[in-house]
Design a protein around this ligand. Sequence first.
Ligand code: SAM
Ligand code: SF4
Length: 334
Amino acid sequence: MNTPLIDPFARAIRYLRVSVTDRCDFRCVYCMSESMTFLPKKDLLTLEELDRMCSTFIRLGVKKLRITGGEPLVRRDIMTFFRAMTQHLDTGDLDEMTLTTNGSQLAKYADDLFAAGVRRVNVSLDTLNDDKFARITRWGRLPQVLRGIEAAQKAGLRVKINTVALKGFNEDELFTLTDWCARHNMDLTFIEVMPMGDIGNEDRIGQYWSLKDLQAQLATRFTVADLPDNTGGPARYVRLKETGQRIGFITPLSHNFCESCNRVRITCTGEIYTCLGQDGHADLRAPLRSSESDATLENAIRAAIALKPKGHDFDYSRQTVDGRVNRHMNHTGG
Ligand code: SAM
Ligand code: SF4
């Protein structure tokens, strides 16, 4: 039997997030600049290599897989990869396979995703206003995403909405978004905007809407009950008594979640990032390509996990963006 992956701080690695492409059909202003240069195809892991990479992690004890990007559903033939992962769900080696998507292709793929064993999806949506949606995503159109969400629910997928909290942009939609999610039986998670990558002229500090303030606003209308955090991740959860909804808060800047971190990330080029908030990473593509046996890859994975840092250093408390990292969010996936 394989020894499981344990990092130097005694955290067992059970959760793998895989970015399957850096490309996207949107250009969200906090995520990408309008003129992004994407990676040449030869640099990407092939679908077969993604399968081998994920299967190796699963053999080493990963129980939960989240597929992300870029926009995962714009990668050509991506369903082949989802279907390859179904075997691990069938054997029980993998507990769950989920995905984070902008929703644009969900109408096309919802049934296939369900058939491959996906039961939950996170859809990113920052506003319910057509014009604001077009502004924040630059290239996206809201009706297409709403159709995607509807199709996902119809296919039997449980949908959670992820909303980036942006000062002066969606503050006025707090209750509209909450009510809409409640009506459609969806949980909602708010994300604090993070200082990832150079995205042009956006003002990071001006964008930053503290989720402490957001929660205080929610409490003016709802009875908010804290829920125990059981995801081992950066989210904290509350329940709104009036709607029964679970609301999550991902607060990398105002709340330190690192002590319970059980996850690592793989980029679409096969780099492993053991912390979202640090630039430190290791290449797994060369060891993967160097040998048909997985032993070299396994050793490289173990060596990377042995260097997993204790935590990240994002800090806005001095009114400057300290601890920023240089890569874009679509590189490592959210
Ligand atoms: N394209 C998919 C989507 O939008 O859901 C998956 C990839 S996207 C990079 C994953 C998540 O990261 C999204 O919920 C997005 O809103 C979030 N995100 C992107 N840039 C961010 C930033 N600078 N700060 C906080 N969240 C960010
Ligand atoms: Fe694309 Fe997601 Fe980034 Fe928006 S947040 S540009 S949808 S990868």
